[in-house]
Design a protein around this ligand. Structure first.
Ligand SMILES: Nc1ncnc2c1ncn2[C@@H]1O[C@H](COP(=O)(O)OP(=O)(O)O)[C@@H](O)[C@H]1O
Ligand SMILES: [Mg+2]
Length: 293
């Protein structure tokens, strides 16, 4: 939908040189690789030289202060924005995402804060919206209901009384759960959540954090944006810290402590930890350029 393309003709133009086929085994290595991704809005350089690997089966928390570029990065992966430079690599294949549909077709699902659910529709209808199961041109209600029910059960979403209740009657955490279940049901390989707990109370937050963990354990790759470092350390296997549009640190969550994350978020550097171990570019950690360090 954005007019200007990246202009580097090297990559295949189609989204998904090799679309993921559910039931097949993806190639080894990260599900998604970001290579030198940059994005500007006129004079505003929102992202610069982002190199990041997103593995399956793990939760990668994307953290950073307001304006650091978190949402922009997620939108580049979601096909909403096209990067000005760099390359997305999906299952080892360079891809260009021209639209959210391109991303969805690959298996990338995004759960935004405003959730985009229809209050007046029930849970099944919301989960299947746009993906209605039809047999001979008729809505297959029974199949849809079974699919929705099974997905919620798989995710251990047990607090919903009836899957035929309108989404408008659900709590914030339940709504978030339905949005996540919807994403998962559509064979999403990568699920991205932008501030999923921002509007939630304590028990609702527990529900959603549990859900995020289960998504990863079920073999999805998960990217979660959060301001809440307590939540981040509860669910994240890996952290990626953005500062002024640059990736300043990435690695296993265990290599960070809350103060070091705050340091990276607010100054772009931290003296607390073996800075070197985090800043060494290694193939597995997918650390950014390190050139600014
Ligand atoms: N659509 C846009 N047009 C112009 N500038 C934008 C747009 N979206 C984001 N920005 C700018 O890009 C930078 C990163 O924003 P954003 O990705 O929303 O940060 P975060 O999600 O980390 O708070 C900010 O300086 C923001 O003002
Ligand atoms: Mg944001």
């Amino acid at each position: 939908m954005v007019a200007n393309s990246t202009g580097d003709g090297a990559a295949p133009a189609a989204a998904g040189a090799a679309p993921f086929v559910p039931g097949t085994t993806p190639t080894d290595g990260p599900l998604l690789q970001l290579r030198d991704i940059s994005k500007s809005f006129g004079p505003v350089q929102a992202l610069t030289g982002i190199d990041l690997d997103i593995p399956v089966g793990e939760v990668t928390a994307l953290v950073g202060d307001n304006g650091a570029g978190k949402s922009t990065l997620v939108k580049c992966i979601a096909g909403i924005y096209q990067p000005n430079g760099g390359q997305l690599v999906w299952n080892g294949n360079p891809v260009q995402l021209h639209s959210p549909k391109d991303a969805a077709d690959l298996g990338i699902a995004t759960v935004y804060q405003d959730l985009a659910l229809c209050d007046n529709l029930d849970i099944v209808q919301n989960m299947l919206l746009g993906h209605e199961v039809t047999r001979l041109g008729l809505l297959n209600e029974i199949s849809m209901e079974l699919t929705a029910k099974q997905t919620l059960r798989d995710l251990s979403v047990t607090t919903v009384r009836s899957i035929r209740q309108p989404v408008g009657s659900l709590s914030g955490g339940q709504r978030q759960a339905v949005a996540v279940a919807k994403a998962v049901m559509l064979d999403a390989q990568l699920v991205m959540l932008d501030e999923p707990t921002a509007a939630l109370g304590v028990s609702q937050t527990e529900l959603v954090l549990g859900l995020i963990t289960r998504l990863a354990r079920r073999g999805h790759a998960v990217i979660v944006i959060s301001h809440n470092l307590t939540d981040v350390f509860r669910v994240a296997d890996r952290l990626a810290v953005l500062y002024l549009g640059r990736l300043v640190a990435t690695g296993p969550a265990a290599e960070f402590d809350p103060q070091s994350v705050v340091d990276y978020m607010t100054t772009g550097t931290s003296g607390r930890l073996g800075n070197g171990s985090l800043s060494q570019p290694t193939a597995s950690s997918g650390f950014g350029t390190g050139s600014e360090g």
